[in-house]
Structures are given as C-alpha cells and as structure tokens.
Design a protein around this ligand. Sequence first.
Ligand SMILES: NC(=O)c1ccc[n+]([C@@H]2O[C@H](COP(=O)([O-])OP(=O)(O)OC[C@H]3O[C@@H](n4cnc5c(N)ncnc54)[C@H](OP(=O)(O)O)[C@@H]3O)[C@@H](O)[C@H]2O)c1
Length: 241
Amino acid sequence: MPHTYLISGTSRGLGLGLVRYLLSSSKQTKVIAGVRNPSSAIDLQSLVDDFGNERLHLLKLDVENAVENALADLESSGFLGDGGLDTLIANAGISNALPPPSETTPELVQANLNVNLYGVMNLVTSSLPLLRKGQAKQIFAVSSTVGSLGGLFSENSLYTAYCMSKTILNMYMRKLSVELKEEGFTVVMYSPGFVKTDLTGGYGDMDVEQAVKLGVENVIRKVTKADNGKFLDVDGSVAPW
Ligand SMILES: NC(=O)c1ccc[n+]([C@@H]2O[C@H](COP(=O)([O-])OP(=O)(O)OC[C@H]3O[C@@H](n4cnc5c(N)ncnc54)[C@H](OP(=O)(O)O)[C@@H]3O)[C@@H](O)[C@H]2O)c1
C-alpha cells in the first residue's frame, strides 16, 4: 500500500534531502513536495524526471500565506486519488536572527515565529482533513535541540529568536499530540542533528544525505503510536525538553 508524505520547505537542505531519500528508499512512497517557487526548483524538477509525476508532486506552498488554498490545489490536482495524506513533515524553517537576548527585538522574534511556529500551525490546520482521511495519521515537526530548556540547553547566547521559536513549537506540538491522540494520531518533534545546510551557513557535523537517512530510519519510519508527543533526537533517543 503506498504511503503518502507532504513535506514543506523542499527546495534545498533537509527538505530536498528528505524527498530524495524517501523516494529512493521505498517504491511504496509517494511525496508531495511543498515549495515556494516550483518553477525555479531545479533539483526538485530533476527528481520528478527520475521518479515520475505519479510518485512526486510539486506543490506551490508558502507556509506563511494561503496554505489552505495550496491544500485545495493539492486535492484538485488528482495526485491523491480518493486517498488522503499519511504523513505530514513540517520542515520549512528559517534562522535569520543572530543577536544575543539583549539585542533581540520583537521584530526578529516575530520573523522567526512567522515561519517556524505559525507556518507549522497553518500547515497542520490546513492538512488535518486530508490526514484524517489517511491511514498512518502522522505529523512530524523538524524542531531542534537548541529549543531545549533542560538537558541539552546550549550555553551559546546567540540565535535567541530562533531558539525561542523551537521551544514554543515544541509546546504547540506537544499540546497537539494530546488533542489528536484519541483519533489515533502520532505527533512527534525531532531534531535532525547539526547539518551542513544554508541555514547553518554550511557548518555542521553531518551532510544532508547522512542526516536524512538517520532521521528517516531512526525516527520517521520507526515511530509508533506509543511515541505520540515525544521530542526525539536524530538517533531515535528521547531528547530533553
Ligand atoms: N541544518 C541544521 O543543522 C538544523 C538543525 C536543527 C533544526 N533544523 C531545522 O530543519 C529545518 C530545515 O532546515 P535546513 O537546515 O534544511 O534549512 P535551509 O537549507 O535553509 O532550507 C530551508 C527551507 O525552508 C524553506 N522555507 C523558508 N521559509 C519558507 C516559507 N515561508 N514557506 C515555505 N518554505 C519556506 C526554504 O525555501 P526557499 O528556498 O524558498 O527559501 C528552504 O526550502 C528547519 O525547520 C530548521 O529549523 C536544521
């Protein structure tokens, strides 16, 4: 039985890597790749050539704007047939706020929240009807251990607004896991590791290929309903809040 994923932020970085790995590692996988500018997404277009448009559908999706319309476009595209979505991966994110707390402005916090929190909320709300129609009923948010207030709290005082956005995201997702539990959903936040992408300026412990393989095999394809509400690290272990 095919398993259908909707992933946001797939033009580059981890999102693009997830699309490529999910499609290449299982013939049963179908992916809707959310992307702000499909016409300039050369790497995604070549994945459509490789895997075929019956397995990969590019969906114009900006998580800050008109997300409901984008999901309506998906429904009317015919890509889903009579089925729904199995798994949502809310991956799109930004980190454009370097300053420490004393120089962090409300505007910087707002800019990070617009994508990293409100973008996820928009996506969840608009996708829920299709996720309810699907079999797996899974929602993942790509969070970060930089949002940890406890065991993995970072003593680095920079990127305050970004860290704050991930802490609040985790609270939203955890509350969501409580609400959707009775319907059989699995709602999980996971940290993808420190990965060499544009977001980190190319710094990291892993390249995208390594990170997405670990994330998919240890988290995305491994979780069960018993993991609902957990914050997981890329090795599958439970991360501290
Ligand atoms: N890299 C790491 O070490 C690391 C660590 C922890 C967590 N994360 C998280 O992992 C996720 C992916 O990060 P990444 O490292 O792959 O970053 P990236 O290479 O900078 O890619 C970010 C992606 O998000 C998209 N995006 C940004 N704003 C968007 C919006 N409003 N609507 C839709 N898409 C939007 C970008 O699209 P455009 O090309 O159109 O801008 C791009 O595809 C983020 O949530 C990030 O916080 C990353």
